[in-house]
Design a protein around this ligand. Structure first.
Ligand SMILES: O=P(O)(O)OC[C@@H](O)[C@@H](O)c1c[nH]c2ccccc12
Length: 250
């Protein structure tokens, strides 16, 4: 009988495909401020600010600068990204790759894994509690982590009531696109008060300068996620190094 052998080999293949790879949480837990470099050509708030960027070259520049992980925006319609770019970058790096998109259905979580993502973004504001839990569990069962994004204390409370390990605080208010870095300070305080000190916290959006990075590290962020500033700087490697240094990274 050959079927049992075939099935045994298949089970090994699937287990291998679902085994966790590079860990976003581990990368962010290292001493100092971890920087997640984002590959993004455009956004609804800023239009097309880097239409001709070469994702593979950008990835290389982020690696040179000591990025903890790389985020790839894959939404086509509003961010001019695409899933194929994530897939093309996968074999080029051993850094954790985060798929940045708007995931609302399990199909997209499976798809993310097939594209080679190590982690997916989940937005608390876009998912009801049941759906958030479902997508979190599914991601984990496929060997991926999740960066769960919150904007305010109410969303933070909801996320603390799940198994999420890595939290993202978005400094950009999605209603009017205004950016306020003190959102991070307020939510770090709330996280302490609510007993969530064991979670890892990433400050996202509107981080432009070493001064910003220094403040965010001082307020208690473990990491920052930087898109536009790195995509538009003439020397992203140097900016990334300066952001890390300002955040006290050895
Ligand atoms: O380019 P910025 O201001 O550095 O922001 C990066 C990142 O935070 C932003 O791209 C982002 C935050 N949450 C998102 C959700 C989907 C797509 C993109 C995002």
């Amino acid at each position: 009988m050959i079927l049992p052998q075939i099935l045994e080999a298949k089970a090994r293949e699937v287990a291998e495909a679902c085994a966790p790879r590079a860990s976003l949480e581990e990368a962010l837990r290292k001493p100092g401020l971890g920087v997640i470099g984002e590959i993004k050509r455009a956004s609804p708030s800023r239009g097309a600010f880097a239409p001709h960027a070469d994702p593979a070259a950008q990835l290389h520049l982020y690696e040179e600068g000591g990025a903890a992980a790389v985020s790839v925006v894959t939404d086509r319609t509003f961010f001019h990204g695409d899933p194929e770019t994530l897939q093309a970058l996968r074999p080029r790096t051993s850094l954790p790759l985060l798929r940045k998109d708007f995931l609302i259905h399990p199909l997209q979580v499976y798809e993310s894994r097939l594209l080679g993502a190590d982690a997916v973004l989940l937005l608390a504001c876009a998912l009801e509690q049941r759906a958030l839990r479902e997508l979190l569990d599914l991601a984990r069962s496929l060997g991926m982590e999740a960066l769960v994004e919150v904007h305010d204390e109410e969303e933070l409370r909801r996320v603390l009531d799940t198994s999420a390990r890595v939290l993202g605080v978005n400094n950009r208010d999605l209603r009017d696109f205004s950016v306020d870095l003190t959102t991070t300070r307020r939510l770090v305080e709330a996280l302490d008060r609510l007993g969530g000190k064991d979670r890892v916290l990433v400050s996202e959006s509107g981080v432009r300068s070493p001064e910003d990075a220094e403040k965010l590290a001082r307020w208690g962020a473990d990491g920052i996620l930087v898109g536009e500033a790195l995509m538009t700087d003439p020397d992203p490697t140097e900016l990334l190094r300066r952001l890390r240094a300002a955040g006290g990274t050895p």
